[in-house]
Design a protein. Structure first.
Ligand code: SF4
Length: 479
C-alpha cells in the first residue's frame, strides 16, 4: 500500500505504516503553519548522554525532516526544540530544567515554537509531574519506549493544541524501517538491542530503558546493507550489554554469531561495538574477534572496581580474578587489542584496601585509556540507600591518584605505535588546523595528518611520526 491508500482507508493499525501515515499528515499540518509564518519551520534536537541517545536523536531528526521541518543548529532560533534527555547522573536533570527555563522567553516571542522532551529522564514519574506543574509551556513529553511514535504524537499535539504526554513503563515492541538521518555519512551507530536486565546497583538504566530485547538479525543486517550502499564504511553496534544479544529472540542467536553475519556484508570495512559486560563475554566472541578482518582491535570492558567485595555490592557478577583471567584470554588470542574501561571510585563501603585492588587491576591490565568517575548517588538505585557512603574528600583523593596512574600508563601504552604504518579512517578536517585531517586507527586512537576534506570517509595509510600523549601526528603514505 502506498501512503495515499493509507489515508483513504483510514489510519493504519500496523507499524511502521501507521507512522508513515502520521508523517504525511504532520507534513500537511506543518506546511499550513509554514504558510502562516511565511517561512519554513525549523527544528533543533539536543542530545544529552550516551550513544544510544545520539542514535535515537538521528531517528527523531529523520522523522522531522520527513515532516518538512528544516534543521536549525541554534536551539533558541528553532521552531521546534527537542531535548533528548539522560538521567544517569542526578545533576543532568538540573541542566535540562535550566535550559527549559531559558526557552520560555523564546516561546513567548515565537508563536510557532514547540518544545518536546523525551529520553530516559522522562521515564521518571517525578520528572513528568514537575514539568506538568512548573513548565506548562512544554508541548510534548514521551519516553524511551515509544520514540517510534514521534510523528503520531506531534500530530496529536498540533490537532489538540494541548500538552501531550505519552510514557510507557516498558515494551517488547521494536518498530523497524522508520526514517533516520545519520549525523555522519561514513559511519553510523546501529542499535542491536534495547534495555538491560543486569541491575548493577548504582545504575538507573534498567529502570528507564526497560528489559532486554534484541532486534531481529535480518533487520540489523538489512539496515547495515542499506547504510553501506549509502557510503557507510564503519558501524558501531549499540546495546547496554551487547554480549547478551539474541537471548530473547524466537530463534536465539549469540552476539558472536551476529558479528559473523555482519562481517559478511560487502563494502563494510570496520565493525565496532559497545558495551560488552565482562560477565557475559564468551570464548566464542574472543575467537570470532581473533579471526575477523573487520572487527576493530578495540574492546571497551568496564571494570568499575577491582575489589571483588565491591563488585559484589555493585551486583556486577564477576570477581577481580575472573576479570583478570578474561583479559588474559583476550590478549592471548588478540595480542594487539586496545583495552579501555570505566572505573567508579568511592562506591559505598569502598575502603583504602578496596581502592588499592582497583589500582592493582589498572597496573596489571595497563589500559589504553579509562573513563574514571567519582561515585555519585543516583536516587532510585539500590546503591543510593546503602550505608557507608564514602566522604567526598576521600573519594576525591582516590580519584586523583587513580587518574594519575591511568594517564601515566596510557601515555606509555599509546606511544608504542610511533613509526608504524596504520590504516586510518578519516573523520573530519582538524578543528584547530584546517591543513590537517583527523582520523582513527582501528584501536580507536586519534591521528592528525596533512590532508583535506576529500579524504573524509576513506581509509588511508598513515605513518605515525609523533605520539603526543593520547593522539598521534602522522603523514599519509601511498601504498
Ligand atoms: S550493565 Fe549495569 S551499568 Fe550497564 S546499563 Fe545495565 S545495569 Fe547499567
Amino acid at each position: 500500500m502506498n501512503e495515499l491508500e493509507y489515508i483513504n482507508t483510514g489510519v493504519p493499525q500496523e507499524e511502521p505504516q501507521r507512522q508513515y501515515y502520521f508523517m504525511k499528515k504532520g507534513r500537511e499540518l506543518a506546511e499550513e503553519l509554514s504558510r502562516q509564518a511565511g517561512r519554513k519551520l525549523t527544528f533543533c534536537v539536543t542530545t544529552f548522554g550516551c550513544q544510544m541517545n545520539a542514535r535515537d536523536s538521528e531517528k527523531l531528526t529523520g522523522i522531522l525532516e520527513q515532516m518538512g521541518y528544516v534543521e536549525e543548529p541554534e536551539e533558541e532560533k528553532a521552531d521546534f526544540v527537542i531535548f533528548n534527555t539522560c538521567t544517569v547522573r542526578e545533576n543532568a536533570n538540573m541542566r535540562v530544567y535550566g535550559r527549559l527555563g531559558q526557552l520560555s522567553r523564546m516561546k513567548k516571542k515565537n508563536p510557532y515554537m514547540m518544545i518536546g522532551l523525551c529520553g530516559c529522564m522522562m521515564q521518571e514519574p517525578e520528572v513528568v509531574e514537575k514539568i506538568k506543574k512548573s513548565y506548562r509551556y512544554v508541548d510534548l513529553i514521551f519516553g524511551t519506549h515509544n520514540i517510534y511514535k514521534f510523528a503520531e504524537l506531534i500530530v496529536t499535539r498540533l490537532e489538540s493544541g494541548r500538552m501531550v504526554i505519552d510514557i510507557w513503563k516498558d515494551t517488547d515492541k521494536i518498530v523497524e524501517d522508520l526514517p533516520n538521518e545519520r549525523k555522519y555519512s561514513f559511519k553510523s551507530g546501529v542499535n542491536i538491542m534495547f534495555g538491560c536486565n543486569n541491575f548493577c546497583s548504582y545504575c538507573i538504566v534498567p529502570y528507564v530503558r526497560g528489559r532486554e530485547r534484541s532486534r531481529n538479525p535480518k533487520d540489523i543486517v538489512r539496515e547495515i546493507e542499506r547504510f553501506v550502499a549509502d557510503g557507510v564504511v564503519e558501524v558501531m553496534l549499540l546495546g547496554q550489554n551487547v554480549n547478551s544479544y539474541g537471548k530473547t529472540l524466537d530463534e536465539p542467536m549469540s552476539f558472536a554469531q551476529l558479528l559473523q553475519e555482519i562481517e559478511k556484508i560487502e563494502g563494510l570495512q570496520r565493525i565496532r561495538f559497545m558495551t560488552p559486560h565482562p560477565k557475559d563475554l564468551s570464548d566464542e566472541l574472543i575467537e570470532v574477534m581473533s579471526k575477523s578482518k573487520k572487527i576493530c582491535k578495540h574492546l571497551h570492558l568496564p571494570l568499575q572496581s577491582g575489589s571483588t567485595r565491591i563488585l559484589e555490592k555493585m551486583n556486577r557478577r564477576y570477581t577481580k580474578e575472573q576479570y583478570l583471567h578474561l583479559v588474559e584470554k583476550i590478549r592471548a588470542k588478540v595480542p594487539d587489542i586496545s583495552l579501555t574501561t570505566d572505573i567508579i571510585v568511592g562506591f559505598p563501603g569502598e575502603t583504602e584496601e578496596d581502592f588499592l585492588e582497583t589500582m592493582d587491576v589498572v597496573q596489571k591490565v595497563r589500559y589504553d585509556s579509562a573513563f574514571t568517575f567519582q561515585y555519585s548517588k543516583r536516587t532510585g538505585t539500590p546503591a543510593a540507600v546503602m550505608e557507608e557512603q564514602v566522604p567526598t574528600g576521600i573519594v576525591k583523593d582516590r580519584f586523583d591518584r587513580l587518574l594519575k596512574e591511568v594517564q601515566c600508563i596510557s601515555a606509555e601504552v599509546c606511544s608504542v605505535y610511533t613509526d608504524t604504518i596504520q590504516e586510518i579512517l578519516v573523520e573530519s578536517v582538524n578543528d584547530h588546523d584546517e591543513t590537517l585531517v583527523t582520523g582513527r586507527m582501528s584501536n580507536n586512537l586519534l591521528v592528525h595528518f596533512p590532508g583535506d576534506d576529500s579524504l573524509i570517509g576513506t581509509i588511508v595509510f598513515v605513518r605515525l611520526t609523533e605520539c603526543r600523549g593520547f593522539y598521534y601526528i602522522g603523514e599519509r603514505i601511498m601504498k
